[in-house]
Structures are given as structure tokens and as C-alpha cells.
Design a protein around this ligand. Structure first.
Ligand code: NDP
Ligand code: HSE
Length: 433
């Protein structure tokens, strides 16, 4: 088996190292030796430390490498949409098998890759694109194919989980926790993709597509990041026996007419400390899958880093190589269900709302009236003195489940009330609190 490696950065360098260290075992598992035909990079002269590979294999001509007749498998660990998309479509159409970790590309235009794989007859595997080392996509696309998945709830971004875990443990604010994540090498120099939820949204799209046999793209995912989460929000969550996590949620539902649809979203949410995802700390990932027959399943492990991600890449390389030797390919993309994607406003959610209000008779009635007008039912209401010593009060309200649009409209109307000094926090609540 001859392999073209596109990219030799954090993940690619570990792929090279593991291919070298485990070459005998990999050959035995595949039934043929695995050889690197070439490695495409941006800068040939970059210092790559002590990589166990012939320097003559490096090239800047990725397309030329892909097109070589002696290349069977193309491994893409470059990232981004272009030129990765053109390279992989070219490789797949030419009948090569492709292994990629590129969640951004899969969420943006996975359909084009799947179509090219069908056209060329090769495999397209992407286990490393979601939750790094955790075997998750294979269970969704194979093991659970006899079942009906109803919901996937996950912590799929290590950087934001590190930040939120630090805020919970130390009481730090967002900026301080981000600084720590950067110093420890978890957050990148530009952390936008992580803290604004783009990375998790791409992963949510991939998970939803597999779970619901429906093409879901990044644009279908409602996305909110964690930059607005404050130390006060985390303290309030703690006081209620909860913690705050950036969750990716892909849920199936059926309306009164029997029409099924899916809703896919990424946002910070309060979850009870007793929920299995609450104990996922540091930069770990975990994904909770609920299916009709299997019940609840939990997948946990390292979602990022060179070696953990390379482990998933190599698992895919073994699988596609075996297929090629046997002259078979795995089943094509399963998107037959083509379920409609419901907008966020129609998703059923619960809100936790903190308000600074005037402390005088009739305030509770006025506030409750706003909820009632939008047909939002209250689960709990707590009142305490406001911190400023100005005679105001703090109201912390948790709602029952309601359409997200009704909850958002409720908050908008509360902001306009004279007796509401400010709406200090609005967070969604998940996980059966
Ligand atoms: P890096 O930035 O560390 O490495 C990118 C590599 O791609 C480098 O070797 C770079 O070359 C090469 N490259 C960039 N542009 C080009 C180009 N135009 N032509 C040829 N080569 C190019 O990225 P990572 O290893 O961190 O990530 C790779 C992929 O894996 C991404 O899709 C990412 O989302 C995904 N992933 C990463 C994880 C992680 O923990 N890092 C976890 C899960 C998935 P050069 O070395 O010369 O700069
Ligand atoms: N930036 C991502 C994270 C890397 O923090 O989880 C893994 O996809």
C-alpha cells in the first residue's frame, strides 16, 4: 500500500512517527506493507525535528503527488476548504481511497467528497475529524446502523472545555481562563474557531449527518460560542448544582402531523453536576448517544493533539487499505432519510435567566406575566438581594421546556420592563435538571 501524506504538522508528523514505529504490526494487520510515497507540505525547509522519514519524500506539489499511479491512499491532514477540497475530489475521482481529519471541509462540502468517492469507487474515511482519538464515527456509521438514534449530545471541543472547566474550578473569568489555555498550548494564537463555536458546529454537522442519515452542513447548525459566559454565570450554575459546558446537540423530533425533523445546535448550557457530561474536565471530549434499542451510550477520550488524532487517522488507513487489498469498498454515505432541519426558534429548550429587578410589590407578578404571555411555564424562581446594596433584588428563573423563539421573545420583553434593571444572564439548560 502506497500512501500520499498531505500535511506534516501537528497531526501529520505523528502519523509519520506511528507509521515508522508500528510498521511491522500495521503490515501484519493490513496484509501488506505500508509505505509513504510522498509528503506534501507548504514549506520544504521547515524544521520538523527528528522525523523518521527520508527528506527526499517532501514536496510542495500536492496535486502531482496525488495523481501518481503508485499512490493508493491519500491522507489529508492540512485542513481548510481549498485547496484540500480540490485535492480530495481529484483523488477520489481517480479511485484512490481518502482518509481525512478535515472537519471544516466535511461540514462545508462533505457531499462533494462522498459523491466523488462513489464515482471513483474508493473509500472516504474521517474518524479523526470529530473527537480526535475517540472511536465515534465508526460506531455511528456501522455499529448503530440497526438502531434509531434519537439524540447526540457532546462536548466536542477540547479548548472550550478546558476554559469552562477552569472557570468552574477556580472562579476565573473567561479572559483569564483563555489566557491559561493559550499558555498551556490548548488554545491556538487565534482561538476564534474554538471559542466562537465554529469548530464544534462543524463536528455537530458531521455527527448529525451520520446519526440521522441526512446531509447536514455547517450552515444548518445554530451556533453560539462561550465568549459571553461570565464568572457570575458559572457561580450561579454552581449554586444550582450545575456546571456550564459548550454542548453540541443533534436531536430528532416528530411533530403532531408525524413529520420527523432534526435540530442541530452548539451553545453553552447548564447541565446538572450529576449528568455524565458534567464530569468531563480538562480538554477531554465526550459524546452521549441515545438510541431507541441501545439506550444511552457514552464515548469519552482525547479529542485533540497530534498522537491521539494520528491514532484515529491510522485506524482509518488500516481499514481502507484492507478494503483495497480485498477489492471492496465500505458502504456509501447513508443520507436516504433526508430529514428537514428545523430552525433554532422551533427547537424545544429551557432557559436559566438572571434579572436585576426593583424590589417592590407587584414585581414578581409583572415578570411572571411576561412568561405567561409567551406561554412559557416557570419551573423555579429564586429571589435574593442584589449585590449593589441599592435595594434591588436578583431573580433567578428556570423555565420548563418551550420553543426557543418563545423563550427569546420573553427575554426581549423582560429587557423592556421598567422594573427590570438588567437581564444579567441567559443560558439554556440541558440534561434533565
Ligand atoms: P498544522 O497547521 O499543524 O499542519 C498543517 C500542515 O499542512 C503543515 O504541514 C503545512 O505545511 C501543511 N500545509 C498547509 N497548507 C498547505 C498547502 N497549501 N500545501 C501543502 N501543505 C500545506 O495542522 P494540524 O496538524 O493541527 O491539523 C491538520 C488537520 O487535522 C486539520 O484539518 C485539523 O482540523 C485536523 N485536526 C487537528 C487536530 C489537532 O489536535 N491538531 C485534532 C483533530 C483534527 P508546513 O508544515 O510546511 O507548514
Ligand atoms: N481545536 C480543537 C479542539 C482541536 O480544541 O478541540 C480538535 O478538533
Amino acid at each position: 500500500m502506497r500512501l500520499a501524506l498531505l500535511g506534516c504538522g501537528t497531526v501529520g508528523a505523528e502519523v509519520v512517527r506511528l507509521l515508522h514505529e508500528q510498521s511491522a504490526d500495521l503490515a501484519a494487520r493490513i496484509g501488506a506493507p505500508l509505505e509513504i510515497a510522498g509528503i506534501a507540505v507548504r514549506r520544504i525547509g521547515r524544521d520538523r525535528g527528528e522525523l523518521p522519514v527520508d527528506p527526499a519524500l517532501f514536496t510542495t506539489d500536492a496535486l502531482g503527488l496525488i495523481k501518481r499511479d503508485d499512490v493508493d491512499v491519500v491522507v489529508e491532514v492540512v485542513g481548510g476548504i481549498e485547496p484540500a477540497r480540490s485535492w480530495l475530489v481529484e483523488a477520489l475521482r481517480a479511485g484512490k481511497s481518502v482518509v481525512t481529519a478535515n472537519k471544516a471541509l466535511l461540514a462545508e462540502d462533505g457531499g462533494a467528497l462522498h459523491d466523488a468517492a462513489v464515482e471513483g469507487g474508493g473509500d472516504l474515511y474521517y474518524e479523526a475529524s470529530v473527537a480526535g482519538a475517540i472511536p465515534l464515527l465508526r460506531p455511528l456509521r456501522e455499529s448503530l446502523h440497526g438502531d434509531r438514534i434519537t439524540q447526540v449530545t457532546g462536548i466536542v471541543n477540547g479548548t472550550t472545555n478546558f476554559i469552562l472547566s477552569a472557570m468552574h474550578a477556580t472562579g476565573a473569568g473567561f479572559a483569564e481562563a483563555l489566557e491559561e489555555a493559550t499558555a498551556l498550548g490548548y488554545a491556538e494564537a487565534d482561538p476564534t474557531a474554538d471559542v466562537e463555536g465554529f469548530d464544534a458546529a462543524a463536528k455537530a454537522a458531521i455527527l448529525a449527518s451520520l446519526a440521522f442519515h441526512t446531509r447536514v452542513g455547517a450552515a444548518d447548525v445554530h451556533r453560539e460560542g462561550i465568549t459571553e459566559v461570565t464568572a457570575a454565570d458559572v457561580a450561579s450554575a454552581k449554586a444550582m448544582g450545575c456546571t456550564i459546558k459548550l454542548l453540541c446537540i443533534a436531536a430528532r423530533s416528530t411533530d403532531a402531523q408525524g413529520q420527523e425533523s432534526v435540530n442541530v445546535r452548539v451553545h453553552p448550557a447548564l447541565i446538572p453536576l450529576t449528568h455524565p457530561l458534567a464530569s468531563v474536565g480538562d480538554a477531554f471530549n465526550a459524546v452521549f448517544v441515545e438510541a431507541d434499542a441501545a439506550g444511552q451510550l457514552m464515548f469519552y477520550g482525547r479529542g485533540a493533539g497530534g498522537a491521539p488524532t494520528a491514532s484515529a487517522v491510522l485506524g482509518d488507513v488500516v481499514a481502507v487499505s484492507r478494503n483495497r487489498l480485498a477489492g471492496v469498498r465500505s458502504a456509501s454515505e447513508s443520507s436516504y432519510a433526508a430529514l428537514p432541519v428545523r430552525p433554532m426558534g422551533e427547537a424545544l429548550t429551557r432557559y436559566h435567566i438572571s434579572l436585576d429587578v426593583a424590589d417592590r410589590p407587584g414585581v414578581l407578578e409583572a415578570v411572571a406575566g411576561v412568561f405567561a404571555r409567551h406561554e412559557v411555564s416557570l419551573a423555579t424562581v429564586r429571589q435574593g438581594p442584589a449585590g449593589g446594596g441599592n435595594g434591588d433584588a436578583v431573580l433567578v428563573i428556570v423555565t420548563h421546556v418551550a420553543p426557543d423563539a418563545a423563550l427569546a421573545a420573553t427575554v426581549d420583553e423582560l429587557r423592556g420592563l421598567e422594573i427590570v434593571r438588567s437581564v444579567t444572564s441567559v443560558l439554556r439548560v440541558e440534561g434533565g435538571f
